[in-house]
Design a protein. Structure first.
Length: 131
């Protein structure tokens, strides 16, 4: 899908969270990280914005609530940006501890089936069963 905005805004933060806002196309980057880690986070946050813009409604229609969509966004972002980070020689994405096993499993699925919608639907299916 095309990039949904021509301009994105980034701000530095000293907080531990990196919020983003799809409507105004902005996100935050931790000021205390080195430049390579900041670049990893920028890529991560841009993927969140893209996925939210294009797939929030779809995932909601498939039965995911806001928290489950947030989980999906973390999982799918981690899978999709890994080859980009490797190619750019940037630090690995920091996957949440609770998602590591699932990301590994779904990454194997992704390597066999590069259809994005199939990966998205697989994650939706798993998250709807989980909890």
């Amino acid at each position: 899908k095309p990039i949904y905005s021509n301009i994105f805004y980034a701000s530095f933060t000293t907080a531990g969270l990196m919020p983003y806002d799809i409507k105004d196309s902005w996100f935050m980057i931790p000021v205390e990280k080195n430049i390579k880690r900041q670049l990893t986070i920028i890529i991560h946050e841009l993927f969140h914005l893209q996925i939210t813009h294009y797939y929030l409604k779809y995932c909601s229609e498939k039965g995911l609530n806001k928290n489950k969509f947030s989980e999906l966004n973390e999982i799918i972002t981690s899978i999709l940006i890994t080859p980009i980070l490797q190619k750019l020689n940037l630090p690995k994405d920091k996957t949440y501890l609770g998602h590591k096993k699932l990301v590994k499993q779904l990454n194997n699925f992704w390597l066999k089936d590069k259809e994005f919608i199939n990966l998205l639907n697989k994650i939706i299916q798993i998250l709807k069963i989980k909890h």
